[in-house]
Design a protein around this ligand. Structure first.
Ligand code: 5AD
Ligand code: SF4
Length: 471
């Protein structure tokens, strides 16, 4: 069977739906009431905070970065592991002080922890507002209804909400790289994971609204857009008249905005990433060669128990496929140490898989049992804390060596880098990311954030590529 699939470039035929350039940065107006937003968790939450700010700006609020002057203090929260929630409880204690010092301050917990804990968050009378990830449109109404005796709560999940019509107000500092949510929720039931319970069922957003939002970023000077979803490979939008857009097609549509705008995406699922997506990435220079492909474990026994719906061999085959089509593709991953019943052999399987793949980088975690998940009901959290920690440390140490090895393979390569700003260590140098998502440092010739530079890799550390200029 032929390995090569030719992808025809798609010529965009969507309507341009706006006539003026929309301002997507926060409104500066000292006379407005102020909202302060702290964001925890994933990139999805970062983008949700931008949706929240957009909704609250329309209600007359302005953003502040100073909690001491805020009328409304919001924490957009994460429930993925117990330690994520513990951090937020620590912050609630800080918010309590604000409430004691200033009358009328409203404290809100929104996002995944709000969805998981619901009215339990109202105990202790610190929190005035609890809103789940699908309730943000109701925030103005909820805020208006709050009194000291009447805290407000909305944790209804939706099958339709995608906030497609809301232009997020961008809170990033450099105005170069923006996130666009392409879907919400998750239909997988990985046995360890709380996300399907906090974010509800999967729904894909109208692709034309996604392209419009990405175009809006480009018109405002952004050079990179990251398409976000819990499992981008299962993106599928169907119109009422039968038009269908899958993830590969969506990638083409966004890549077609401008060759000067890079497209990234996260997160891919090993069971769903298709050859079509891989070939689409290869066909467009501005789709970055980077795939975040969480493996979770290298043991097929653990993967089965985790309900990941692939095994070790399947994962390794997907990696081989990616590298055969895109030889220099960056591949990063997530790994969980110490899931229920994990034996020394299972752990060794994870280590050997990491050695075989040589991931560029990895997010590595100790298993944290989440109440209500399938694993919490069926599988005991039976790996002692010390063993989990020991295994996690081995995984982290190995990944350090693999990151170095992966970076050493880059020596001599020529890369196109998007400048983020001056390097932290040396103001005469710039830093920015290559398409693979690796951080590069190189001599400045006065370029600004958002410019592209051609560099050659001359040296490495485990975290950075040290480069010379070739342009
Ligand atoms: N314990 C530890 N790590 C978890 N993750 C998800 N749920 C848990 C859990 N209960 C990790 C997975 C996922 C990443 C976002 O968080 O590796 O890919
Ligand atoms: Fe993101 Fe998951 Fe945390 Fe929710 S629980 S904020 S989806 S990482």
């Amino acid at each position: 069977m032929s390995e090569i699939i030719f992808i025809e470039k798609l010529y965009l035929c969507y309507p341009i739906q706006y006539i003026y350039m929309k301002n997507i940065r926060p409104i500066q107006d000292p006379s407005r009431p102020k909202v302060y937003i702290e964001t925890y968790g994933c990139q999805m939450n970062v983008n949700d905070s931008e949706v929240i700010l957009s909704i609250l700006q329309d209600e007359g609020y302005a953003l502040t970065e100073n909690m001491d002057e805020a009328n409304v203090i919001l924490a957009n929260t994460c429930s993925i592991r117990d330690n994520a929630e513990q951090r937020i409880w620590g912050r609630v204690d800080q918010f309590k002080l604000q409430k004691r010092r200033r009358d009328g301050v409203v404290i809100g917990i929104v996002g995944c922890m709000a969805e998981r804990l619901k009215d339990k968050l109202l105990e202790g009378h610190v929190v005035d507002l609890v809103a789940g990830p699908d309730a943000y449109r109701n925030l103005p109404m909820l805020l208006r209804a709050i009194t000291p005796e009447n805290p407000q709560i909305d944790t209804l999940l939706s099958h339709e909400e995608t906030y497609a019509d809301i232009s997020p107000v961008r809170m990033d500092r450099n105005g170069i790289s923006g996130f666009v949510s392409i879907m919400r929720g998750c239909n997988n039931v990985c046995s360890y994971c709380i996300v399907p319970y906090t974010r509800g069922a999967e729904r894909s957003r109208d692709p034309y609204s996604i392209v419009r939002e990405a175009q809006e970023l480009f018109d405002n000077g952004y050079k990179e857009v990251t398409l976000l979803g819990q499992n981008v490979d299962s993106y599928l939008w169907k119109s009422e008249d039968g038009e269908q857009v899958n993830f590969a097609r969506l990638l083409e549509m966004v890549a077609g905005i401008s060759p000067d705008m890079r497209v990234r995406f996260s997160t891919s699922h090993p069971k769903d990433i298709s050859d079509e997506v891989i070939h689409t990435m290869a066909a467009y220079d501005n789709i970055c060669n980077h795939i975040h492909l969480p493996v979770q474990s290298g043991s097929s026994i653990m993967l089965e128990k985790m309900r990941r719906k692939y095994d070790r061999e399947w994962y390794l085959e997907r990696v081989r496929k990616i590298r055969s089509v895109i030889p220099d593709c960056g591949i990063t991953t997530d790994v969980i140490a110490g899931f229920s019943g994990e034996t020394e052999q299972d752990h060794t399987d994870t280590l050997t898989l990491m050695e075989e793949v040589v991931f560029d980088s990895a997010f590595m975690f100790a298993y944290s049992e989440r109440p209500g998940t399938l694993a919490s009901k069926k599988y005991p959290d039976d790996i002692p804390y010390e063993v989990k920690t020991q295994r996690l440390n081995e995984i982290i140490a190995l990944q350090g060596r693999m990151s170095l090895k992966s970076n050493e393979r880059e020596i001599g390569r020529r890369l196109k880098v998007l400048v983020e700003g001056p390097s932290k260590k040396n103001p005469d140098e710039l830093c920015g990311r290559a398409g693979s998502n690796k951080m590069c440092v190189f001599p400045s010739r006065g370029e600004k954030p958002g410019d592209y530079c051609e560099v050659e890799v001359t040296g490495v550390t485990s975290a950075t590529l040290l480069c010379s200029r070739i342009d």
